[in-house]
Design a protein around this ligand. Structure first.
Ligand code: F3S
Length: 405
């Protein structure tokens, strides 16, 4: 007889204050999936010394692509849905392995697509919205200052904590899902004031030209921070698009989940006597050199994190009236794609031979299976992952540098 993997390891919770509701869930009186979820949360709370749970207003679940979670992940989700899992707060998905509407046109292998659709179906059974984006904050899911959430995409976590001042730990896919089912998360880490304090002061002493410079600064600081929380001074012209690129890169090259920027972020807490780090012209040049390679890419990939409407407009302006020799993908959220359709940007990009792609991204879709082996990008995070994926350094630069045909 098959062993129910969820039956193992009951967790006593005398160490934590639970509300009546939470205790009922843990007792199994709200169904098996809620019991399993509360056990996961209680176990996390025990590990990290949480005294209680905090209510959350939204959850974002990573681990959606079949490329990332494979057969074991699909089976877990199907079992969880069959156990009656149902979310009790608004819950959203990170990018999947393909565009749900254009996968055939984009030549995603059919066997992969079948598995991906099964994953999305399991999430849908749990009541989760199929947003499939790493930038929920660009499509109306924008938690406010001090709001508690449980998100699990590293770039979205950074943006929510830093730019919006919301509060989330770095959740894994399963813990975010458990939080979604229970409507709460253990109250520790970045949910608490005392952990939202910078201890690394980054003095920026060079102008940052565009998104790729912000990504390079993120790579440098992410690696150098080694678990410290950075606070930036001296940054000029930090648009939201650039901040999302900075945060994504710091999280990818290091593990930064929150940062502050003088005059920009809603919170600015720096410990007295914080260690200092300088980011000047020499550091920028050396980091860009380290990140970027040469050669002709098979694909130019924009939209990591998912592109804003303004970024799509920038690409459309760049390719207007041209015929590209290289495949171009601009990855974005479905709602942003629809806005780009309405504005005419999608048509301009398609007329040049490119695609605006929703629900997925260059990292979580099976690009290797689709015959690609070298990429160009403008994102520090994508540069890190695509270099690992293709075993070859990406061509790195801003849109005007990498779309030059
Ligand atoms: Fe988003 Fe994919 Fe980049 S999930 S942050 S576009 S690697």
């Amino acid at each position: 007889m098959a062993v129910n993997k969820f039956e193992q390891g009951r967790i006593p919770v005398e160490f934590m204050q639970l509300t009546n509701d939470q205790q009922l869930m843990l007792n199994g009186e709200c169904g098996e999936a809620a019991r399993q979820s509360m056990e996961i949360l209680a176990a996390l709370g025990k590990i990290y010394g949480a005294k209680d749970m905090v209510s959350i207003t939204s959850a974002q679940v990573a681990g959606v692509s079949y490329k990332t979670i494979g057969e074991a992940g699909l089976e877990y989700l199907q079992d969880f849905a069959a156990a009656g899992a149902c979310v009790r707060i608004p819950t959203f998905l990170n990018p999947a392995g393909m565009d749900r509407e254009q996968w055939q046109k984009l030549k995603v292998p059919a066997a992969f697509a079948k598995k991906q659709l099964e994953i999305l179906s399991a999430f849908s059974k749990m009541g989760i919205s199929s947003t499939c984006t790493c930038t929920p904050y660009l499509v109306g899911i924008r938690p406010k200052l001090g709001e508690h959430i449980a998100w699990s995409e590293s770039s979205a976590i950074s943006f929510a904590n830093s730019v919006l001042g919301a509060r989330t730990n770095r959740e894994g896919g399963p813990s975010a899902l458990a939080a979604a089912v229970c409507g709460c998360t253990p109250n520790y880490g970045l949910h608490l004031d005392e952990n939202r304090i910078a201890n690394l002061l980054v003095k920026v002493e060079t102008p940052l030209k565009g998104t790729s410079d912000f990504g390079a600064m993120g790579a440098f600081v992410g690696e150098a921070a080694k678990g410290k929380t950075p606070a930036f001074v001296g940054v000029k012209a930090a648009s939201e698009d650039r901040l999302k690129s900075l945060g994504a890169s710091m999280a990818a090259w290091g593990s930064t989940a929150i940062y502050f920027m003088k005059g920009v972020t809603p919170e600015w807490n720096v410990v007295k006597g914080a260690e200092e780090l300088t980011f000047g012209a020499a550091e920028l040049a050396a980091t860009r050199e380290k990140m970027g390679g040469e050669g002709k890419p098979d694909i130019i990939a924009i939209g990591c994190p998912h592109a804003s409407l303004q970024e799509i407009e920038e690409v459309a302006a760049r390719v207007r009236g041209k015929k590209l020799q290289t495949k171009l993908w601009v990855c974005t959220a479905r709602q942003t794609l629809e806005a780009a359709d309405n504005a005419g940007f999608t048509r301009e990009i398609e007329q040049a031979g490119g695609n605006v792609v929703a629900d997925t991204c260059m990292v979580v879709c099976p690009l290797e299976e689709m015959g690609m082996a070298h990429a160009a990008c403008n994102s520090g995070k994508a540069a890190k992952y695509l270099t690992n994926m293709f075993k070859k350094k990406v061509v790195y630069g801003d849109v005007e540098d990498i779309i030059c045909e």
